[in-house]
Design a protein around this ligand. Structure first.
Ligand SMILES: Nc1ncnc2c1ncn2[C@@H]1O[C@H](COP(=O)(O)OP(=O)(O)OP(=O)(O)O)[C@@H](O)[C@H]1O
Ligand SMILES: [Mg+2]
Length: 269
């Protein structure tokens, strides 16, 4: 059992379909291979995907936690790769907008697990809904994924703007996904940095870029995590570099978790 608090990492993107779920699934495995105890939460609560990525069929999910039928420990499933998962429900529309009471319940239950994990990874889902901003605001690290498409850049900026204006969040760690070369990654980072610096006064933290790789689709179709199938590929190597970059960044323990969320919620009103 561990004694320090886990690092809470929320992964979001604004625009859908840019690679969040693939990123969290695989970086979870990488952290695990670095001897970290990892809990991965599927916080795309109305549309679960993590279970499919790992090829598991959980009996219980977050719905059973929120209804009080099960505790967090009852709903956690362990993947064969040694990553623990909190599964989301699928097709339950009322969970796409959690009430304050439901949010508090999730945070309280998560805090009961504090000592068991080094890293909580949260796949927040697409968009800038209240559910997404809630999980981002309760995290230590906000990782934003985008690709080079102008729509992805615009939506990542929109998310950053909302998190800054509504929650005072200023630290964003950027991953550029599906790039064909380093220039594409650098150009994309420059474009988003330009607008966050000019309009919000925010300097972004560049974590790295991940190459476009056809085999990612193959892995998803096989329902096996990509890095387990192709551990020596360029994508896996770059993802390991990104995992190391994250661990090199200092954790700001003054933020993250229940106390912090409550404070922010009260400030926001
Ligand atoms: N680096 C990459 N190279 C090639 N394909 C990729 C890459 N990253 C993700 N994909 C593909 O993009 C699609 C979307 O990925 P994923 O489901 O991870 O996105 P998402 O951001 O979680 O989507 P959503 O917003 O719907 O939850 C998948 O089909 C996946 O195979
Ligand atoms: Mg997803």
């Amino acid at each position: 059992m561990k004694t320090n608090v886990p690092r809470i990492i929320a992964v979001s993107s604004g625009k859908g379909g840019v690679g969040k779920t693939n990123f969290v699934t695989n970086i979870a495995l990488i952290f695990k291979s670095m001897q970290k105890k990892v809990l991965l939460m599927d916080a795309d609560i109305g549309l679960s995907n993590i279970d499919i990525m790992f090829g598991i069929a959980p009996k219980y999910n977050i719905k059973h936690l929120l209804s009080g039928e099960k505790t967090i420990k009852d709903i956690i499933v362990s993947s064969s790769q040694g990553v623990d998962i909190i599964p989301a429900s699928s097709g339950i529309r009322e969970l796409t907008q959690l009430s304050l009471e439901q949010k508090m319940k999730i945070l309280t239950e998560l805090e009961n697990l504090d000592k068991d994990y080094d890293i909580f990874l949260i796949d927040t889902g697409a968009g800038i809904s209240d559910n997404v901003t809630f999980f981002c605001s309760a995290a230590h690290d906000n990782v934003i994924i985008l690709n080079s498409e102008p729509t992805s850049i615009a939506d990542a900026y929109a998310l950053i703007k909302v998190l800054y204006r509504e929650y005072g969040e200023k630290n964003f760690r950027i991953v550029i996904n599906s790039v064909r070369n380093l220039k594409e990654a650098k150009d994309t980072f420059r474009k988003i940095s330009l607008v966050t610096e000019r309009f919000l006064g925010i300097t972004l933290d560049y974590l790295g870029a991940l190459p476009y790789d056809e085999k990612i689709k193959e892995a998803i179709i096989m329902q096996k995590p990509y890095t387990a199938l192709f551990p020596t590929s360029d994508f896996s190597k770059k993802l390991r570099d990104i995992a190391k970059e994250i661990l090199h960044r200092e954790v700001n323990l003054l933020k993250g978790g229940m106390q912090f969320f409550l404070k922010r919620a009260m400030q926001v009103g």
